[in-house]
Structure formats: structure tokens, C-alpha cells
Design a protein around this ligand. Structure first.
Ligand code: AMP
Ligand code: GLY
Length: 420
């Protein structure tokens, strides 16, 4: 069977590796992939926004199942488009993808179905927003409505900051803004909670904790994620039950009432306050780097699982996991998340011997003349699985020290809440 994975990050390399371990996979394609996926799959150079070219590729190459990694094509409707041609796709349709594509869609759903979330208001212009801010208790959180690659969120400690945030959003920093979301600041501990769904049945698909800030001690700017570990230290049966009853079930009912279903991975970004879950945001895909920590723990055949989802047979599958712990450190280009250099060679990657349960997933890398060079802000993901988080982190740092690349930096404190 032939599989196509759309995307080019560490998440997609981890998904591709999982496919190689499946019994029934003969060939994996990645659009566009990276230097890591090139070693286990065939990279195809098509822009992921060109749905017609992707469709032609799928038809000509008799791809059986398409797995979509990133949010943009999902929000843009790639699933609806490919489904029209009877192509099976693992990922949610455009209607369901609004859960990530529009923060206001999700907030309104929370309100209608009583899903616990931060109190909020939606405002249509700078004047209304500023008037509301006049009487707010700080800090408050201000968000642009649409996709903003994790950048459209401002945590404001005082009035002036809040006013600047409103001006930047309405002046189009994250695209045309018709609305703005202002919400209460939730003070707790974050947790990423995942499910996998075929539209009828869903299973819990693990938890993780990522470190979004660029510097140690969770300081500095937000990034796509500097590292992660799984499971979250907060996870327990009682909390899982509350999350499913108070957040996941009413969300799926809400989609059902809109005459749609969710197929794919759903990622709930939660704030846990005194053992109670609050929804911060939804993502309609696996997290990156959370995926790189969760997928290596999966024992069940990955493609059997994905195919069960696209054929509405998830009920027939038993999910099995390795019970140990995993941790990922992201090696980034100096300067990320701002300006950084590209095309810097990463030497002797091929000389690094990985033991069982050690992985190097590529993100922003490409191959030029048989050399691997950096091609993005987040470049490599070093993942270790064992019975102990500290051992994982020590081993990951050890591996990073063997990589000969003089343009990299990483956080040495990933997992500090579960290690110290
Ligand atoms: P989002 O893109 O909505 O996940 O927001 C990015 C980050 O901002 C989250 O991971 C949180 O750390 C933080 N954040 C967002 N909304 C809130 C909130 N209401 N209270 C506290 N922190 C928040
Ligand atoms: N790690 C955060 C995300 O994937 O959105």
C-alpha cells in the first residue's frame, strides 16, 4: 500500500517513521518532506497549497491514504477537495477545522455547549476594544481570530500593552481582522491532550507538555515549541474523564449539530486549575513537537490505525502503548524565532549511532549535493524514550553534543517540572 504524508516538519518525519514500521506499507511519499523523510520516503516537490497538483499525484501514483500533518491545508479544505475524488484522507474537513481556524468559532461553541474556558468578549473595532479594556482587571489575553502560527496571542499585563495589541491586530499584522477576542487570563498549568477519531468512535491519544518559550525557565518569545515530554505530569484517570466529559464530548456534539464529524487527531490545549480543565484552544492535528514524543510510544500498527479511521472502523482497533516516558529537545537555528541563517551544513549526522528508543527527527533540513543543511528555525528533534525523564534528557543532550553544527542552540531545561 502507498501512503502520502503532507508536511515537512519533525511531526511528519515521526509519522513517516511510524509508517515504515507498518506491515502493509510498500511506499511512503512526502510532500514536500525534509532531509530526514528523504531517507525513508520519497520526497515530492509540490507546494502544499496546490491541491490540484496533490490530487493528480495521488491519482497517478495510486496512493491509498493521505495523512495531513499541518493545519493550513486542513483549514483551507484539502480534505473536502480530495474526498470529492474518492481519495481517503486522514484529517478533519474544513467545517470541523474551524476549531483551529477560528478562535471565535471555538469560543462560541464553548459558550453554547457550556465547555469550560476563559471568560471572553468579541469586539469589532479598536474603539469598542479600548472601551472594554478601560475597565478590565489585568492581566488579560488578546487574540487575533484566525491562524497566526502561534503568534497572534498577547498576554497583556497593563492597559498600554493591551491597546497596542488591539491596534496591531486591527491594523492587519495577522491578516485582515474583522473581530478580536479578549479573554480572562487563566493561571494554572498547561497540558496538551490528544484524541484520535474516525467520526463515530474516538480514543484518547496521550498527553504531553510542550515548552513554547524560546529561553530556559520558559522565558522570552513564543515559538512553535522548543521541546516536549509525554506524558504530562498532570495526567490521571480522573482528570482524563473530566476532560472527555466536559470538553471533548460536548465539542463533538457541537460538530454533530452542525452536521459534521471530526476525523483525525484533535489536540486540546488545556489549562488545568485545581484539577479542573479549561480549554485554551483547539488544534485539528498533532502537535509539533508533541507528536515526536507520543508516536514513538505507540505499539499498535500505525497504518492499521489510520486506515481504520478513514474507513470508520476505529472501534475494531485496540490501542496499545509503551508505558514509558519520552522527551524531545528541539535543536534550532541561532536567532529563531526571529531572523536566522539558512543553508548551514550539519556535519556527521550520519555517523551518530542511535540505540533502540533514540530518534533524531528532522524538521528544517534539506539535502544539497549529498550534504545536509539547515532550512528553517526548528531544525532537528532529538527524542529519547525510557523509564525515566532525567535519563531521556541527559541522553538527548549527549546526542546533541555529538552533532557538528555551529549554528544551533537548544534549551537544556526541557522537562524541568518533571525532572527537578
Ligand atoms: P494559543 O495560541 O491560544 O494556544 O495561545 C498561546 C499560548 O498563550 C498558550 O499556550 C498559553 O500559554 C497562552 N494563553 C492563551 N490563552 C490564555 C489564557 N486565557 N490564559 C492564560 N494563558 C493563555
Ligand atoms: N506545539 C504546539 C503546536 O503544535 O501547536
Amino acid at each position: 500500500m502507498k501512503i502520502l504524508i503532507i508536511g515537512s516538519g519533525g511531526r511528519e518525519h515521526a509519522l513517516a517513521l511510524a509508517c515504515t514500521k507498518s506491515q502493509n506499507v510498500d511506499q511512503i511519499f512526502c510532500i514536500p518532506g525534509n532531509a530526514g523523510t528523504e531517507c525513508i520516503a520519497k520526497n515530492i516537490n509540490i507546494d502544499i497549497s496546490e491541491f490540484d497538483k496533490i490530487r493528480k499525484f495521488v491519482q497517478e501514483n495510486e496512493v491509498e491514504t493521505v495523512i495531513v500533518g499541518p493545519e493550513q491545508p486542513l483549514v483551507d479544505g484539502i480534505v473536502d477537495y480530495l474526498n470529492q475524488f474518492n481519495i481517503k484522507v486522514f484529517g478533519p474537513n474544513q467545517k470541523a477545522s474551524q476549531l483551529e481556524g477560528s478562535k471565535i468559532f471555538t469560543k462560541n461553541l464553548c459558550k453554547k455547549y457550556n465547555i469550560p474556558t476563559a471568560n471572553f468578549g468579541i469586539f469589532k473595532n479598536i474603539r469598542e476594544s479600548k472601551k472594554f479594556i478601560e475597565n478590565c482587571k489585568f492581566p488579560i489575553v488578546i487574540k487575533a481570530d484566525g491562524l497566526a502560527s502561534g503568534k497572534g496571542v498577547y498576554i497583556c499585563k497593563e492597559k498600554k500593552e493591551a491597546e497596542i495589541a488591539c491596534e496591531e491586530i486591527f491594523n492587519g499584522k495577522f491578516g485582515k481582522a474583522e473581530n478580536i477576542l479578549i479573554e480572562e487570563f487563566l493561571d494554572g498549568e498547561e497540558m496538551s491532550f490528544f484524541i484520535i477519531s474516525d467520526g463515530e468512535t474516538f480514543y484518547h491519544f496521550g498527553t504531553a507538555q510542550d515548552h513554547k518559550r524560546v529561553y530556559e525557565g520558559d522565558k522570552g518569545k513564543n515559538t512553535g515549541g522548543m521541546g516536549a515530554y509525554s506524558p504530562s505530569r498532570l495526567e490521571n484517570k480522573k482528570l482524563n474523564k473530566k476532560i472527555i466529559e466536559k470538553i471533548i464530548n460536548p465539542t463533538l456534539k457541537g460538530l454533530n449539530d452542525l452536521n459534521t464529524r471530526f476525523i483525525g487527531f484533535l489536540y486540546a490545549g488545556l489549562m488545568i486549575i485545581n484539577d479542573e480543565p479549561f480549554l485554551i484552544e483547539y488544534n485539528v492535528r498533532m502537535g509539533d513537537p508533541e507528536c515526536q514524543t507520543i508516536i514513538p510510544k505507540l505499539k499498535t500498527d500505525f497504518i492499521e490505525l489510520i486506515n481504520a479511521c478513514v474507513n470508520k472502523k476505529l472501534k475494531s482497533i485496540e490501542l496499545e502503548w509503551h508505558k514509558d516516558k519520552s522527551l524531545c529537545i528541539v535543536l534550532c537555528s541561532i536567532g529563531y524565532p526571529d531572523v536566522y541563517k539558512k543553508n548551514i551544513e550539519i556535519k556527521n549526522l550520519d555517523k551518530i549511532n542511535l540505540e533502540n528508543n533514540e530518534y533524531i527527527f528532522h524538521a528544517g533540513t534539506k539535502k544539497i549535493n549529498n550534504k545536509i543543511v539547515s532550512n528553517g528555525g526548528r531544525v532537528l528533534n532529538i527524542v529519547i524514550r525510557s523509564e525515566n525523564f532525567k535519563k531521556n534528557r541527559d541522553k538527548a543532550i549527549n546526542l546533541i553534543n555529538k552533532i557538528n553544527w555551529d549554528n544551533g542552540f537548544f534549551r537544556k531545561d526541557i522537562g524541568y517540572k518533571v525532572i527537578n
